[in-house]
Design a protein around this ligand. Structure first.
Ligand code: PLP
Length: 399
């Protein structure tokens, strides 16, 4: 009997999807379920995006496209990142992929030999660990608990980089915590990065337009331009434009890296489809009212979630300033019981919350932080308060 490749014993299905599947099943059984589980923006793109896709369909060339991404798309992306101060890049510094996940996967293949080390902070976006495992990289984790607002300190970064990882992977604003590094914090971290010239730096900053409270997005290359030689900036249409299913991701960075991703594309996907490309150009270049309005809505929802989190005794919840996640430390519940069932950990907690109260959240262990759970608050506004009330009631019922 032929066997699957060894790497498949390391590849795991997404933990987040498992929660979402369970919630879906309970809903299909007629249960009243409120889902705070999947990290989808839950809005559709603006009409001009659809109009561009329809127009492209009418003029379809039916041909293969560029492995890097069409010139029009690269130019739209360059103009887009120029607006957040990432200037001085050209088409040769960029590459596209089927979503940011695909770009990150390509980068892992392009930058890491088997056994090389990739370092990243905890909590982390689940796919970082999964991708590292598939490419057989060693992982160096930097624990950043709620007590330090889920943020990495310069001293932690220094200690991790002193071990000479090949890649340091950074995510700002963060999924799952929603935390955003201030410009001063970025400066302090960049001062450490410059000391370690042999480490690539990937900044997965796909939520860079989803900032609250007037905060401005900062990247290491803003504050230490000499880092441009090894910082790879990642972006995506998925969250900002309500286009997760359209699958468009980007990178901007050193020419050699963009070329490597382009070569990977030539062997994997060939190109992003023409119609999707047209929609992507329209999203990036057209009116930005939908993303702006949605971001304001997310900020208001963040406020509502925080009122409830702050009201629950024992819950420690750093206040997010971006994306659409809240990541409360709920370890105060561990060792208690709900309806006679013992809550030993985050998975027990999320299972009991879903089964008894019909609220789906993702256990923090999916993100490397088993003391917490993730609330993704993009559900319809009418469901938010009832869902939050159920969480508060669940806590009140613990004995
Ligand atoms: N990076 C982070 C931090 C994410 O949260 C996600 C999606 O949840 C991605 C990358 C992947 O985005 P895309 O839909 O562009 O593949």
């Amino acid at each position: 009997m032929p066997q699957l490749a060894r790497r498949m014993s390391r590849a795991k299905p997404s933990a987040i999807m498992q929660v979402a599947e369970k919630a879906k099943r309970l809903k299909a059984e007629g249960r009243d379920i409120i889902s705070f589980s999947i990290g989808v923006p839950n809005f559709l793109p603006a009409e001009h995006v659809y109009a561009a896709a329809r127009e492209a369909l009418a003029k379809d060339s039916g041909q293969y496209g560029s492995n890097r991404g069409s010139d029009a798309l690269l130019d739209a992306f360059l103009a887009h990142i120029g607006k957040i101060g990432l200037t001085g890049y050209a088409r040769v510094n960029c590459a596209t992929g089927i979503g940011a996940k695909h770009v990150i996967y390509n980068l892992a293949e392009a930058l890491l030999n088997e056994g090389d080390t990739i370092a990243f902070p905890v909590p982390y976006w689940t796919s970082y660990m999964d991708i590292a495992e598939i490419v057989n990289a060693k992982v160096e984790l930097l624990p950043c608990p709620a007590s330090q607002d889920y943020k990495m300190t310069p001293a932690q970064l220094d200690a991790a980089l002193a071990k000479k990882p090949k890649v340091f992977l950074f995510n700002n604003p963060s999924n799952p915590t929603g935390m955003v590094y201030t410009r001063d914090e970025i400066v302090a971290l960049a001062d450490v990065l410059v000391k370690y010239p042999d480490t690539w730096v990937i900044t997965d900053d796909i939520y860079n337009r989803m900032l609250f409270d007037g905060l401005e997005y900062a990247n290491f290359v803003h504050v230490r331009p000499e880092l441009r030689d090894r910082v790879i900036f990642i972006d995506s249409l998925s969250k900002t434009y309500g286009m997760p299913g359209w699958r468009v991701g980007f990178m901007a960075g050193p020419e050699s890296v963009a070329q490597a991703v382009t070569v990977m594309n030539s062997n994997h996907i060939t190109n992003i489809p023409e119609i999707v490309t047209a929609a992507a150009v329209a999203a990036l270049s057209g009116p930005q009212d939908v993303p702006a309005q949605k971001n304001a809505e997310f900020q208001a929802k963040r406020d509502q979630v925080m009122v409830v989190m702050d009201s629950i005794p024992g819950v420690v919840c750093p206040r997010p300033q971006g994306a659409f996640y809240v990541f409360p430390d709920i370890s105060c519940a561990f060792g208690k019981s709900h309806g006679g069932k013992k809550i030993e950990n985050d998975v027990d907690f999320c299972n009991a919350l879903l089964e008894t109260r019909g609220v789906a959240c993702v256990p923090g262990s999916a993100f490397g932080e088993p003391r917490a759970l993730r609330i993704s608050y993009t559900c319809p506004t009418a469901q938010l308060q009832p869902g939050l009330a159920r969480i508060a009631e669940f806590f009140a019922e613990l004995t």
